[in-house]
Design a protein around this ligand. Structure first.
Ligand code: C2E
Ligand code: CA
Ligand code: CA
Length: 845
């Protein structure tokens, strides 16, 4: 148990299916784990990264939009300021710029790694620059003179000159007006003053033109006005020239010498400032706030907006890139899953091919080789597989093969030999016989088959026990071996039957010699358990090809000859004759007819009376079986008893029942008709004793009879001797039931009365052989007298059989024989005749 557990936990090597499977499975699991973990990790990471990026980007996008809006607001505010300078307080702009600042900072914070994530140029969102420029703009727009540099020129330089010119001309006109004559001087002066006034109004129109709402035509208007101004300047100068050279009126106070020069200088200076102003008005800088706005602020804001646009685009691009990446990661995940599935499939395919190449093929190769070998191809080399399990299997097969061969040989020996004597058995004997017959036929040779049966072996077996019986058989076998040639076969066919095959004999006499030698060899005394005893055998001899040339037939012939030897008194040999065969066939035929006879209820009893020797009283009748076939004569037991022994159990029981019915009927009639309680002696079949399974049936069939207490049983001495053990059991039981027992045919067997005394016999029946020779003084007479005396000493009665003469009767009476049976008293009689006999017997008695 603990070893098994240990084995379970020991890692298998790569040289086993288990190991290869384990390591392959581990590799597969590991690969799948790695792929799954990597895929999971990758997807999680990308998803996290994208979610973070999306979150920060959304904030960034919001901030960018806000920045754009704020810039837009600032630009609008500045535009408003251009139209209505000073309409909004500067603090408002300050707030907007601050907000812009904080928005920018938030944007920067919302994009981690701002500088890397944002394309170059974003740092040029120069907020301090914007701030200082707007401040400058604000400063200019709040100061008109800074806003319009031309107004300063007009106020500071041009206005004083034009007033000076005007004053000078007014002074001239004033002096000349006293002279109320038309001398043209004052007219000239008036004309000059008028021209100057016209010039100034033209100039004012020119300036107005600049500021005019008709800004589209401002330059054109200015050009025509400036042309007029030039013209008036020229006319002015011409008029002043004429005036200078015109004599003034009398009353006219002479003008200071430099007055004209002064006026000319004033006009000249005015003109130069006028030209300066004109240039200023014509340039883009005529309005400084607009200039500042257009040249630096607006481009700056536009640039910033563009940057923000680009940033927004960049963020959008990033967003779409992230979406692509996300979908990319999703598709990569599905690819990974596909990869896992593919890997699994490849591994499964690999495993399949591996199994096919490394496992199934070697196994089927091995199986093929083993099958070939099993079919008897000894050249086959069973491959030694590399893997442990298959190798184990092959080795186990090999071991099994060896064991099978060994056992086969053992079984073969067992199947063909007798385990006790080690002699060939019937099977092998028939095999050899057949073989020998073939050879003999081919070479025109003669062979002989001897059938040997030990005489009275059962008796020895029963008396001395099975161990001694076995010893005896072994010794017999040994003696047999010594007698025959080495090439001849001796077999034990079973029990005390032996068969001997003599091959290639020249003459019949050779078989005869061997038979004689065997009889002689077996006759010698045997010493078993320190006890000496003798045994003889009966031998039947058959010769091929004369008697038969088939093994079964030859053996049957020898068997029949052996029976003949037994019949002729045992301890001899007999050659088979065709007469024996005929007899055997007749026997077979008889058996069949007898079977039908039983079925047709053709068997019947004749009854022979047994009487008391001295009183002549009837003791009993003995039931003797007869067979009256439908056609033909009455047959006696000697003619059909052997055939009866071959009956099966069913037929035997049927017969028993038929015979019981007859006895019942007889006893009933005897009682009714003659008032006689007729005792009937029945002969017990030898086969009943031998077969303990039939004891119960026998007892039952007796107890089931009408008058069981009127039944006697007779058992022959031979039957008893055949199986003493079984006999003792059955007889004891019968005795207990109160059934009187007789020992029949006493004196023919080998038993001694002393020996039989231990059996519960009430009487012995002396065989008629002894009675026949009963004449005073003869050997048999002395023997019978001794038997009677001995029987009496054992408290047994004696019945004499076959009493035919008065002489015999007298002698038997004299020696004290108790009962008589024989023709002298009566022949066995059919039922009706017996009843008649009983009537007469009663009447005479
Ligand atoms: P067994 O038991 O010794 O029977 C006596 C035999 O002697 C009978 O022969 C009988 O007819 C014959 N016998 C009687 N008196 C004389 C005589 O004065 N002179 C001569 N020569 N013979 C006499 P059976 O009827 O032919 O019977 C022969 C044997 O057959 C019997 O010998 C008995 O062993 C056996 N047998 C007869 N009937 C049965 C039976 O129903 N069952 C069994 N198992 N055996 C039976
Ligand atoms: Ca008898
Ligand atoms: Ca008898």
């Amino acid at each position: 148990m603990s070893r098994q557990v240990k084995n379970l936990w020991r890692l298998p090597t790569m040289a086993s299916y288990q190991g290869q499977y384990l390591y392959m499975a581990l590799t597969l699991v590991l690969a799948l784990l790695i792929i799954a973990w990597t895929g999971h990790h990758y997807v999680e990471e990308t998803a996290e990264e994208h979610i973070a990026r999306i979150a920060s980007r959304t904030t960034a996008q919001e901030q960018v939009a806000r920045l754009q809006q704020q810039l837009q607001d600032i630009e609008q505010w500045l535009g408003q300021q251009l139209i209505e300078p000073g309409s909004s307080p500067g603090s408002e702009l300050e707030d907007m710029l601050n907000e812009l600042d904080s928005s920018f900072r938030r944007l920067a914070a919302s994009i981690p790694g701002f500088n890397q994530a944002i394309p170059a140029g974003l740092p040029s969102l120069d907020l301090p620059g914007l701030r200082s420029e707007t401040m400058a703009f604000l400063h200019v727009s709040h100061d008109n003179s800074l806003r319009f540099p031309g107004i300063h020129i007009m106020r500071a330089y041009m206005q004083p000159r034009s007033r000076a010119v005007m004053d000078s001309l007014d002074n001239i006109i004033y002096q000349a007006s006293d002279d109320d004559r038309d001398n043209g001087y004052s007219r000239l002066a008036y004309r000059a003053r008028h021209t100057w006034q016209q010039l100034l109004s033209e100039f004012r129109l020119l300036v107005a033109n600049r500021f005019s709402v008709f800004s589209d035509t401002a330059q054109d208007g200015m050009t025509s006005r400036s042309y007029n101004v030039e013209l008036y300047l020229e006319k002015m100068r011409a008029l002043l020239e004429r005036l200078q050279h015109t004599p003034p009126p009398d009353a006219f106070l002479p003008l200071p010498d430099d007055a004209w020069q002064q006026m000319e200088s004033d006009i000249g200076q005015w003109e130069s400032h006028y030209l300066q102003l004109l240039a200023s008005l014509r340039s883009s800088k005529w309005r400084q706030d607009l200039y500042l706005f257009k040249t630096s602020l607006q481009p700056r804001i536009t640039g910033m907006k563009a940057h923000l646009d680009r940033l927004q685009n960049h963020l959008n691009e990033q967003a779409s890139r992230d979406i692509t990446a996300l979908t990319g990661s999703a598709s990569r995940l599905s690819q990974a899953i596909l990869l896992i599935a593919l890997t699994g499939m490849i591994l499964i395919l690999g495993a399949y091919y591996y199994l096919k190449i490394r496992v199934i093929k070697p196994m089927s190769d091995t199986a093929h080789a083993l099958r070939q070998e099993a079919n008897g191809d000894s050249r086959v080399v069973v491959p030694t597989p590399k893997l442990k399990e298959t190798r184990d299997l092959v080795e186990a097969f090999g071991e099994m093969r060896r064991q099978v061969i060994k056992r086969e040989q053992g079984l073969d020996h067992l199947a063909h030999h007798d385990p006790l004597t080690q002699l060939p058995n019937r099977l092998l004997f028939k095999d050899r016989l057949e073989h020998a017959l073939q050879i003999a036929a081919r070479h025109n040779q003669m062979i002989s088959c001897l059938f040997l049966d030990l005489d009275n072996f059962k008796q020895i077996n029963d008396t001395l026990g099975h161990f001694a019986g076995d010893e005896l058989l072994i010794t017999v076998a040994r003696r047999l071996r010594k007698v025959v040639r080495r090439a001849d076969t001796i077999a034990r066919l079973g029990g005390d039957e032996f068969a001997i095959l003599l091959e290639d004999i020249q003459r019949k006499t050779f078989a005869r010699n061997i038979a004689q030698k065997i009889l002689a060899a077996l006759q010698k005394p045997y010493l078993i358990n320190d006890q000496e005893f003798h045994i003889t055998a009966s031998i039947g001899i058959a010769i091929a090809p004369y008697d038969d040339n088939q093994s079964d037939d030859l053996l049957r012939d020898a068997d029949a000859a052996m029976y003949e030897a037994k019949r002729r008194g045992k301890n001899n040999y007999q050659f088979f004759t065709s007469e024996l065969l005929r007899r055997a066939n007749r026997q077979l035929d008889l058996e069949q007819r007898l079977r039908r006879g039983v079925q047709n209820n053709e068997l019947l009893y004749h009854y022979q009376p047994i009487i008391n020797t001295r009183t002549g009283q009837l003791l009993a009748v003995e039931a003797l079986m007869r067979w009256q076939p439908e056609e033909g004569e009455l047959l006696y037991p000697s003619e059909f008893m052997d055939a009866l022994k071959k009956f099966n159990l069913e037929l035997r029981n049927r017969l028993d029942e038929q015979m019981s019915v007859q006895i019942n009927r007889l006893q009933e009639t005897a009682l009714k008709r003659h008032g006689i309680a007729l005792r009937v002696a029945v002969n017990m079949s030898p086969s009943v004793l031998r077969d303990p399974s039939r004891h119960r049936d026998t007892i039952d069939s007796i107890t089931n009879m009408k008058f069981p207490s009127l039944i006697n049983l007779e058992i022959t001495e031979d039957t008893l001797m055949e199986d003493l053990t079984n006999a003792r059991a059955l007889l004891g039981e019968l005795r207990e039931l109160g059934i009187p027992l007789s020992l029949d045919d006493f004196g023919t067997g080998q038993s001694s009365l002393n020996h039989l005394r231990t059996f519960p016999f009430d009487s012995i029946k002396i065989d008629r052989e002894f009675v026949r020779n009963l004449t005073s003084g003869s050997e048999d007479a002395i023997l019978v007298q001794a038997i009677v005396q001995l029987a009496h000493s054992f408290n047994m009665k004696v019945v004499a059989e076959g009493v035919e003469t008065e002489e015999q009767k007298t002698y038997l009476m004299n020696i004290g024989c108790d009962y008589l049976q024989g023709y002298l008293i009566s022949r066995p009689l059919p039922e009706q005749e017996l009843l008649e006999f009983l009537r007469r017997f009663r009447d005479s008695g």
